[in-house]
Design a protein around this ligand. Structure first.
Ligand code: ZN
Length: 464
């Protein structure tokens, strides 16, 4: 037997049977799990930069930083502008306390794109009437006061008319109780309408709308109903910033060595809501996208097709950044093999739904992933599940949906683990760095790197 002879049976075991050679897979595993930087990326995104509302200074800082970080791995990166807004909005500190009938520090929040208090606002609280007609009748009582009570949703015409009326009675601010929920009664969630940035100058909201934690709201309501004198002070530093404000996605890539115009997209949204630091929504997905790029660059991966890493803006306002990308790059959609989108928190990547046609391809791609150990030591079951589905559908609540609608195979990672994303951290005041689980983040970034390289190295594009 000479050194060039390979026994027939060994051919089936050779690294060539997988999309990522055994050696590369081992390098990626080692780099991703033993030399991870994923929590460092996340630390910068959430603790140094902070909340990243689309159109805010922080979002701009995050985009610039991410571009530089991609470049520091040796990737080509650029900011891709998809909108220009006439003004931006930034939040600062939010403070509130009750001074009468007893002292109580409040936990407060305000929806995005609403007014600040322009300094400290002191005032007496009074109950906000529940109907438009009572609002009209009680104008005198309300003037100069801080109005306390639930407000109808701005999304309904009645709600809009109601708030319009409130703004005309000469009140100082509205304080409204958060709804919370049964399992997390102290949870606060605030959103906001970005369309306000397009309002004419005189039409910007002037009346601060302050949300207070539900249990504290109940106390205030009880005092007011008992006809006690209630006074409070608030300082809400919300500021408008003159535009035009360019709004970007961040795009970086490792060029394909054989089919550079065919592309696998790895992505997550970089923007967040403004209340906390957008850790599980979606610092975690941004950090794994950046980390997957770092891992692949560090091991010197040479994918056949291009792997493009994209951090989206405007996801929280309705997938705006990814939708604009699909529209602008319409002609290239047929050459996008697939999109891997990481959103919905810090749990670890555990499932992907694929079609019958895609299944045999994905089985090959996921062979090295199947050899990883689950990041939960006591986890029972397979480390990864490929689930066959009839179709990938056209919907979804994150950026992959923009591509599905254009007929591109696009996958949201199915996650599992101990983090309670939807109940606890999602869009709440608790979405902070401590919510992220480091071993999950490392695992997911490694899975993403292996998968992206595997798909980029397939013989063909992934079947539609
Ligand atoms: Zn979100």
């Amino acid at each position: 037997m000479n050194q060039f002879y390979t026994p027939f049976f060994l051919l089936f075991l050779s690294p060539l049977s997988s999309q990522v050679s055994r050696l590369d897979a081992e390098k990626i595993r080692k780099e991703g799990l033993e030399n991870s930087h994923v929590m460092e990326h996340l630390d910068v995104i959430t603790n140094d930069i902070g909340p990243r509302l689309t159109g805010s200074r922080n979002f701009e800082r995050a985009c610039n930083w991410a571009k530089k970080r991609f470049e520091s791995f040796g990737l080509k990166a650029h900011l891709e502008k998809w909108a220009e807004w006439p003004r931006g909005w930034d939040r600062g500190q939010w403070q509130g306390r009750i001074t009468l009938p007893e002292k109580m520090e409040l936990q407060v929040a305000t929806p995005a794109w609403t007014a600040g208090t322009k300094g400290r606002l002191l005032g007496e609280l009074t109950l906000l009437p529940r109907s438009k007609s009572r609002l009209q009748k009680e104008r005198k009582r309300l003037k100069g006061k801080i109005l306390f009570g639930p407000v109808p949703s701005k999304r309904t015409p009645y709600g809009r008319q109601f708030l319009e009326l409130v703004s005309k009675v000469g009140a100082k601010a509205i304080l409204t109780p958060s709804k919370g929920d049964k399992a997390f009664p102290q949870r606060i969630r605030v959103f906001g309408s970005y369309r306000t940035v397009f309002a004419k100058k005189g039409r910007l909201p002037k009346l601060p709308l302050i949300v207070v934690r539900a249990d504290q709201g109940k106390k205030i309501e009880a005092w007011l109903k008992a006809k006690k004198k209630v006074e409070g002070e608030f300082e809400i530093r919300n500021r408008w910033r003159k535009g035009p404000i360019p709004i970007n996605n961040v795009v970086a890539e490792i060029k394909g060595s054989q089919k550079p115009d065919e592309v696998v997209i790895v992505c997550g949204h970089l923007d967040s809501w403004h209340q906390a630091t957008g850790t599980t929504d979606n610092g975690t997905g941004s950090a794994t996208t950046i980390e997957a790029a770092r891992i692949l660059a560090a091991v010197g991966a040479r994918p056949k097709r291009t792997i493009r890493f994209i951090l989206w803006g405007g996801e929280e306002q309705g997938l705006l950044g990814s939708f604009a990308y699909v529209r602008r790059h319409r002609q290239e959609m047929k050459k996008i093999s697939c999109v891997l989108n990481h959103d919905t928190g810090t749990n670890w990547a555990h499932r992907l739904s694929v079609t019958e046609k895609q299944f045999p391809f994905m089985e090959k791609v996921f062979a090295p992933v199947m050899k990883l150990s689950p990041p939960d030591k006591d986890f029972q079951g397979k480390v990864f599940i490929l689930k066959k589905v009839k179709s990938l559908g056209r919907g979804g609540g994150s950026d992959h949906a923009s591509f599905l609608r254009a007929g591109v195979p696009a996958f949201p990672w199915g996650l599992t683990g101990r983090s309670n994303y939807f109940g606890r951290t999602w869009h709440s005041q608790w979405d902070t760095y401590d919510a992220a689980i480091p071993e999950y983040q490392k695992h997911t970034a490694t899975v993403i790197a292996l998968t992206a390289l595997g798909i980029a190295n397939l013989k063909t594009l992934l079947p539609r």
